[in-house]
Structure formats: structure tokens, C-alpha cells
Design a protein around this ligand. Structure first.
Ligand SMILES: [Cu+2]
Length: 139
């Protein structure tokens, strides 16, 4: 009988240790993934939940939705959402085919070089409410 009790205690102890180790490892993994997600290289971010309407009311579908850059500068967009998005030039009902990222996976980025001055509108082909603007000034 006491042998059975010792066996049970040992099993409980081992299960407990496995649980503690699992939780510890999970936390460590989450931390490792989270840190590189902070994108210092991106100029414009597609943040979480912009795949649902609402961000347009605060002009935050692309953050920031409007940026000014010097002629010849690169602009990098980073998809920090868990859904696909695109960065497509023009308007939803009038794309102009100057640039198009195609479907950006979560945590994927897109970079475009603006060689000419002007105002460039862009949008997301999947979410018509997502709009942004790049203003390119003389260097
Ligand atoms: Cu989108």
C-alpha cells in the first residue's frame, strides 16, 4: 500500500515539475518573439484589428496615415496585424498601379522608393476603409 502512495506522490511531483517547466518555457518563448516585433525599421505600421472597420474614424488604419518624406526616400510599411493587408497605390475604386505590395503576411514588410515629388494615395485591396498618403517633397 505505502509503495503505491510513494508511486503516486512521485508521479504528482513529476507532473508538477513538467507543468512548471512548460509554463517557464512558454513565457521565455513569448518574450523572445515579442522583442524583435518592435519594428524600428518601419515608417508606417498596420496595427492590430485594422482588418475590421473603425480605424478610419481615427485615421489610424495605417499609422501614421500621412507622412512627408524627401524625394528619393524609401518608405517601409510593416504589417503588425494578424491579418493580411496590402499597400496599393491610388484609391480603392481607382488604383493607379504605381506600387502594390500584394498580400502582406503578418509581420511582413513592404518598401517602396519615391523618386518623384507629389502626393501619393494608397489603400488596402482587402479592406476598403484603409487609406494612407505619402507626400514627397523636394530634397
Ligand atoms: Cu487591409
Amino acid at each position: 500500500m505505502w509503495k503505491k502512495r510513494i508511486a503516486y506522490s512521485l508521479i504528482l511531483l513529476i507532473v508538477g515539475m513538467i507543468l512548471v517547466i512548460t509554463i517557464f518555457l512558454q513565457n521565455a518563448t513569448v518574450k523572445d518573439i515579442d522583442e524583435p516585433r518592435i519594428s524600428h525599421m518601419a515608417d508606417v505600421i498596420m496595427s492590430t484589428k485594422v482588418s475590421r472597420p473603425g480605424c478610419e474614424t481615427t485615421d489610424s488604419c495605417y499609422t501614421p496615415s500621412k507622412i512627408m518624406i524627401k524625394q528619393g526616400s524609401l518608405v517601409t510599411w510593416m504589417n503588425e496585424d494578424s491579418a493580411f493587408h496590402t499597400v496599393t497605390s491610388g484609391f480603392y475604386d481607382d488604383p493607379n498601379e504605381l506600387f502594390d505590395s500584394g498580400y502582406l503576411d503578418p509581420h511582413e514588410s513592404f518598401t517602396f522608393s519615391f523618386e518623384d515629388i507629389g502626393t501619393y494615395n494608397y489603400f488596402c485591396t482587402l479592406h476598403p476603409w484603409m487609406k494612407g498618403q505619402i507626400i514627397v517633397e523636394l530634397d
